[in-house]
Design a protein. Structure first.
Lengths: 204, 467
């Protein structure tokens, strides 16, 4: 008992820094309070690669990100928001109506989406990079994750639902399923206390 | 590391770094006033005879990074007014070291002397006296011992003076002025006055040529792209110097590779912002070269700066990009150039919206986001956003939907979940449309934006996905 008290007093010394008390990096508010509470770090990570697995294109995955992207692109010293190999053309009026500053948006198409994605993630010029990659290998995802850390960028990789079976180096993996009014989100990878899926209403 | 700050000094511009000279250098030639409030310190550089040929201009060019007031004294002398630059090089000793390094790089062996007047500095250097005389008061004393020959007067004048026993500058200065002028000429007397700072001197400032085109014969024939790039490295280094001396950035760089028989291969690098950094240029040129197909081995390379722009270095941010609002200026340009070099110029673009109701014409491809740090304020809803919700994704062209029982289908029946929105416009330019748009949900729960033609046969089309 005495030893424990002594130890506790010793640890109160201001020069001692304990890893457990380190403030977790503040996440990027998602714009949905239920999702903020659900995600580790209380929001999207600001750095690193996340994966969003969707049953098919257009399941509501982009609406999930729009509030955060809007906040990012409208920040005072905003960096870019790059879209790599989107399957269709992002419709500028809708993005603007959702609050995204179009002068921070760049679209990259071309033959080598994974290379372009790695360049964009690692360049340090982007706040967020959204990418639609055909079938990235686990090794490539690891490279992308490292590039995102190097460039302090949030990378979002949209992948089909069946990729849930593969291992991934992404810091966060979410699976999405459309419901009548919104989406159901299941956390596949990431530290959280809550394992059950949550439902979000997306379309008013 | 070389001190880069003097890149910003260039005649005719507003100067971040300003020498203590009395007047701004708006003209190429100017008079230096003796006894004017601003003190001057000239560095005189004398090159050995066999070095001087061809190297003088080159040295004059690279010396521009020390001061904008560089003046040539052909055939073997160079003068730099360095008073304003001293503090950047930790005084005369530091500047001497930097100048010597620069000379050694060009493989010349100079004699360097510092004096308050240009002619005195030059005379000391030519006499082989590498001394430093920062104080005008000490100048005459130091000059006294120099031989008269260091002034490069005509031979017969020197010979006549020698017959009188006058062999040093000191002895010449002690002669009576009126008699000296009568016997040896006014020009020589004026030169003595200039030498000691009694009279002002006019020196023409050396201005380097403003075009860059250099060629390098390779000596052997190179096939590999990497080797060609390595062989171009000296040209790129020259370009770097050229840009640094003029405070210019290159926005278009042309590289021509010359072959034995085949017509030359041309490679043009366009940059999103004026580039001064030779590493960035080398990396980009490498990307462009690797995309080239060489018909034959390369015998010679030529590098030309097609378009130059004034470049003013900006202050670097204290923060890394992405860290506490650290912005991305340079990184952004680098990214765009790298992507474009590999994927093609059209592969990277920005988006902009246009004030039109036709969905196809409501947006356009734009230049990628400007790299400017001080971007314009984010526009509010200046132009009217459509009152109705728009899909996040648009198909390049509407896709015809199959129809069963008058209702559209796409991998199953579509359920209409919104009131129709009629868009009927464009009659004035031939692109007339008349459509009723609906939001529909397919059997998987994906929200689609579909429309029905108002004209017969009232076909259904898919135009967008809500995301």
């Amino acid at each position: 008992m005495g030893a424990t008290a002594q130890l506790a007093r010793l640890l109160e010394h201001p020069a001692i820094w304990r890893g457990a008390s380190a403030a977790h990096p503040e996440g990027l508010a998602t714009g949905f309070s239920a999702l903020d509470a659900y995600l580790p770090g209380k929001g999207w990570p600001r750095t690193g690669l996340i994966e969003i697995l969707v049953p098919r294109f257009g399941s509501g995955e982009l609406y999930l990100l729009l509030p955060a992207l809007s906040a990012l692109t409208r920040a005072r010293c905003a960096r870019w928001c790059v879209w790599v190999a989107p399957p269709l053309m992002p419709f500028a009026p809708a993005l603007a109506a959702e609050g995204i500053a179009l002068d921070r948006v760049a679209v990259v198409s071309g033959a080598r989406p994974l290379w372009a994605l790695e360049q964009a993630l690692g360049s340090g010029a982007c706040d967020a990079v959204l990418a639609w990659a055909r079938r990235p290998k686990a090794r490539e995802i690891r490279r992308l994750q490292l590039a995102a850390e190097r460039g302090r960028t949030l990378g979002v990789l949209f992948r089909p639902r069946r990729a849930a079976r593969e291992a991934s180096a992404a810091v966060l993996r979410l699976a999405l399923a459309p419901t009548g009014t919104g989406v159901r989100i299941t956390l596949l990878k990431g530290r959280t206390t809550q394992r059950s899926a949550i439902d979000l209403a997306l379309r008013g | 590391m070389r001190p880069r700050i003097l890149q910003t000094a260039r005649p005719g511009d507003a100067w971040p770094v300003r020498p203590a000279g009395p007047a701004p250098l708006h003209t190429a030639a100017r008079a230096t006033q003796a006894g004017a409030p601003g003190r001057e310190l000239w560095a005189g550089i004398h090159l050995a005879e066999n070095d001087a040929a061809g190297k003088l201009e080159q040295l004059g060019m690279s010396a521009q990074r020390f001061t904008p007031r560089v003046s040539l004294a052909p055939p073997d002398g160079l003068l730099l007014e360095v008073q304003g630059s001293l503090h950047l090089f930790a005084g005369v000793a530091g500047l001497r070291g930097a100048l010597l390094t620069e000379c050694l790089r060009l493989e010349v062996r100079p004699v360097l002397a510092f004096a308050p007047t240009a002619l005195a500095a030059l005379a000391m250097a030519r006499a082989g006296v590498a001394c430093e005389v920062p104080e005008p008061a000490q100048l005459t004393g130091k000059l006294a011992r120099l031989p008269l020959s260091s002034l490069r007067w005509p031979q017969d004048t020197l010979a006549r003076l020698a017959r009188m026993g006058v062999r040093t500058i000191g002895a010449a200065l002690r002669l009576p002025r009126a008699g000296f002028a009568r016997r040896f000429g006014d020009a020589q007397l004026a030169m003595l006055d200039v030498l000691t700072g009694r009279a002002p001197e006019v020196r023409v400032t050396f201005r380097a040529p403003e075009r860059f085109r250099r060629r390098r014969e390779l000596g052997c024939e190179l096939e590999s792209h990497d080797l060609v790039l390595a062989a171009l490295a000296p040209l790129l280094a020259e370009l770097d110097e050229f840009l640094a001396a003029r405070e210019l950035g290159v926005v278009e760089l042309e590289c021509r590779l010359i072959h034995r028989h085949a017509p030359l291969t041309r490679c043009v690098v366009r940059l999103a912002s004026p580039a001064t950094d030779v590493h960035r240029l080398t990396a980009l040129l490498g990307e462009h070269l690797s995309a080239l197909e060489l018909p034959e081995p390369v015998r010679a390379g030529e590098l030309a700066a097609v378009a130059l722009m004034p470049h003013r270095p900006e202050s670097e941010s204290l923060w890394q990009p992405g860290e506490r609002g650290g912005s991305s200026g340079r990184e952004g340009c680098d990214l765009i150039e790298r992507l474009r070099a590999r994927l093609g110029a059209g592969a990277v673009h920005g988006l902009t919206r246009l004030p039109a109701y036709r969905p196809e014409k409501a947006w356009a491809v734009a230049e990628p986001p400007s790299a400017s740090r001080h971007r314009a304020m984010v526009k509010g809803s200046a132009d009217p956003a459509p009152a109705r919700r728009r899909p996040l994704w648009l198909f390049p062209a509407p896709q015809r939907l199959s129809v069963r029982n008058g209702l559209p289908r796409r991998r199953g029946p579509l359920r209409l979940v919104s009131e129709p929105e009629r868009i009927e416009t464009g009659w004035w330019d031939g692109g007339e449309i008349a459509r009723d748009y609906y939001t529909a949900v397919d059997i998987h729960g994906v929200h689609l934006w579909i429309f029905r033609e108002r004209a017969a046969p009232h076909d259904w089309f898919l135009h967008g996905v809500f995301g």
